[in-house]
Ligand binder design. Structure first.
Ligand SMILES: Cc1cc2nc3c(=O)[nH]c(=O)nc-3n(C[C@H](O)[C@H](O)[C@H](O)COP(=O)(O)OP(=O)(O)OC[C@H]3O[C@@H](n4cnc5c(N)ncnc54)[C@H](O)[C@@H]3O)c2cc1C
Ligand code: SF4
Length: 544
């Protein structure tokens, strides 16, 4: 075998499992479809690589993978570090109620606690020092206080490094010079947060504690090999292990670039040449959408893993994400300054209409704005590239955000009231003509979204804001989630799941899934900490 372990994807699940197995002296290869980004290559200009295209990855292998299904769009990152590059850094432990149903009996809050603690240490979770609170965080506190619910407000736990001595009151624009360089506890170079507000498009001063600054850094120190721009296309059992087929993406095309390249298979684009690599054990960590799509293809298209559970793709959740912008006539909010999320107002006790959710200050989603502008720019230059319009029936949302951000005076007065909650978790991922598709019916989740929307209105009203529902919601109840969960759910058996409590795929020894795809129900809070805790547990329980 070429390696002991091949890990597919380098987000939370992939980084953590590769780190722990490399520490155990395993020969680990990480195959990541996206680029290795650095602070000098993060996309900024319109012509930069914003777009990851699922249908044309050999041409578009940029920062953001946005997929649109009927009623739901899903956004994810692509690159070494996965979602940690693009995410808003919130690291949250869900309430105990979330563990009362849907999980195999081995998975409880108590059983995960030690792993949650380890993740917090490695990611160096912190809160924004009070002397650096953004106008959004102050507004959150005021809103909760005005509703006599001050106890529900708290600063969010985030994976960002701060200089505790910095005093910054947002009366002047953020200045990168406020960032102090330092070497973190793992030995990686970072800087402290200067409140530049670019968390979801790559932190220019490296204040985000992204995975290349911790888990992936440790993995590489222990010998793990990370190959960016390697899109995995198929997994095939062979005696003693698995053959993982991949396509190496280069600008303008894809070429073979592997130890045992030999034939053309499920290609990344027409004319692509694929390679393959072998290992005794494979850990699939391509995220909820990526892992589910790959396994669906292995079961239903290439038929290399025909015995995968019929449960594959079932019980997918959007994690109840919901956004309501509000306009403040006499108050500057500066939604694009400061960490993208800085605080929460907590209704996870289900005291509001029986719904479990919490509210956050979502910074304006720069990433969607930039993505949409990049698509428009590409189409202007190459009108035949209509495939870029996949995911673009969300035009009204995108135009809305673009319009807002083009007028500075309006833009600086927008508060994006954001939330996650426990939705019905009844989405269904499957293939339509070989491509990933989602059946999403909002009906059973409507009580949650209605409750959140009413709460957003109350919080805005309590602070003099004027909420305006997004047209996508108002006109067609269309939602966007950055928090897809499930598809390869954990369960007690193949009748009710795809993997067991230790992440091993039912029916396929030494094939694991260790990412957001295994979470069998909505968490109601940002999911990366739970994905990470489960990945720590999977690596811990894995036979050496
Ligand atoms: C804008 C935004 C903001 C967010 N903010 C937060 C937040 O504040 N807190 C939070 O907890 N969560 C947040 N999230 C969600 C968080 O990023 C994800 O829940 C998390 O990254 C999922 O971890 P994962 O390991 O399941 O997958 P990912 O982190 O998505 O990693 C999967 C990796 O696999 C790669 N991959 C996919 N398919 C293949 C393939 N076929 N071959 C090779 N590689 C492949 C991908 O490129 C990616 O690097 C946010 C997401 C977005 C988009
Ligand atoms: S606000 Fe975000 S992008 Fe800006 S310095 Fe802080 S962590 Fe980095």
């Amino acid at each position: 075998m070429d390696y002991d372990v091949i890990v597919i994807g380098s987000g939370f699940g992939g980084a953590i499992t590769s780190c722990r197995l490399a520490e155990k002296k395993k020969r680990v290869l990480v195959l990541e479809r996206g680029k290795k980004w650095t602070k000098t290559t993060y996309p900024r200009k319109l012509e930069d690589d914003w777009i990851w295209s699922n249908t044309h990855p050999e041409e578009f292998h940029g920062w953001t993978d946005l997929r649109r299904f009927k009623g739901m769009a899903v956004i994810a990152g692509a690159g070494v570090g996965g979602g940690s590059l693009i995410y808003a850094n919130v690291s949250a432990v869900p309430p105990e109620s979330v563990f009362q149903s849907g999980w195999p009996p081995e998975i409880t809050l108590q059983a995960l606690q030690t792993y949650y603690d380890t993740v917090a240490k490695v990611l160096d979770i912190q809160t924004v020092p009070e002397k650096q609170w953004s106008p959004r965080v102050r507004l959150m506190k005021e809103a909760a206080t005005n509703l006599n619910q001050a106890q529900r407000f708290r600063p969010a736990s985030i994976a960002v490094s701060f200089d505790p001595n910095l005093k910054y009151d947002f009366s002047t624009p953020p200045n990168p010079a406020n960032s102090k360089p330092f070497i973190n506890k793992h030995g990686a170079q970072q800087g402290t947060c200067a409140h530049l507000g670019e968390c979801d498009i790559g932190c220019p001063v490296e204040a985000k504690n992204t995975l290349e600054k911790n888990y992936l850094f440790i993995a590489e120190k222990n010998g793990a090999e990370i190959r960016p721009l390697h899109l995995v296309t198929n997994i095939e059992p062979i005696p003693g292990g698995y053959r993982v087929h991949h396509s190496e993406l280069k600008d303008g095309g894809s070429v073979a670039g592997s130890t045992t390249a030999e034939r053309v298979i499920l290609a990344a684009g027409s004319g692509s040449v694929a390679g393959s690599t072998t290992a005794e054990r494979v850990i699939l960590a391509a995220g909820s959408m990526g892992s589910t799509e790959l396994l669906l293809r292995c079961r239903d298209v290439s038929k290399t893993l025909p015995s995968l559970s019929p449960f594959l793709g079932k019980h997918w959740s959007s994690n109840g994400d919901f956004l309501t912008p509000a306009f403040y006539l006499h108050r500057d909010i500066w939604p694009d300054w400061g960490p993208t999320i800085g605080a929460v107002i907590d209704y996870l006790d289900a005291s509001d209409n029986g719904q479990t959710y919490w509210i956050q200050d979502g910074g304006i989603p720069n990433v969607m704005n930039k993505y949409s502008q990049a698509v428009v720019e590409r189409l202007r230059k190459a009108p035949h590239e209509t495939h870029l319009l996949e995911g673009f029936n969300m035009q009204s949302l995108i135009q809305h955000v673009t319009l807002l951000s083009s007028d500075l005076d309006v833009f600086k007065r927008i508060m994006p009231w954001f939330a996650q909650g426990v939705d019905a978790g009844d989405g269904d991922l499957h293939l339509t003509e070989g491509n990933l598709d989602l059946t999403w019916n909002i009906a059973a989740s409507l009580p949650l979204f209605d409750t959140i929307e009413q709460r957003h209105h109350k919080l805005a009203d309590a602070t003099g804001g004027h909420p305006f529902p997004l047209p996508t919601w108002l006109l067609s109840q269309e939602l966007v989630t950055p928090h897809p969960l499930g598809g390869c759910n954990m369960g007690r058996s193949a009748a009710e799941g795809v993997v067991n409590h230790a992440g091993e795929v039912f029916g396929y020894k030494n094939l694991y899934v260790a990412d957001g795809a295994i979470i069998p129900r909505p968490l109601g809070v940002n999911p990366s900490r739970t994905i990470s805790a489960l990945a720590e547990r999977i690596a811990d329980k894995m036979p050496v």
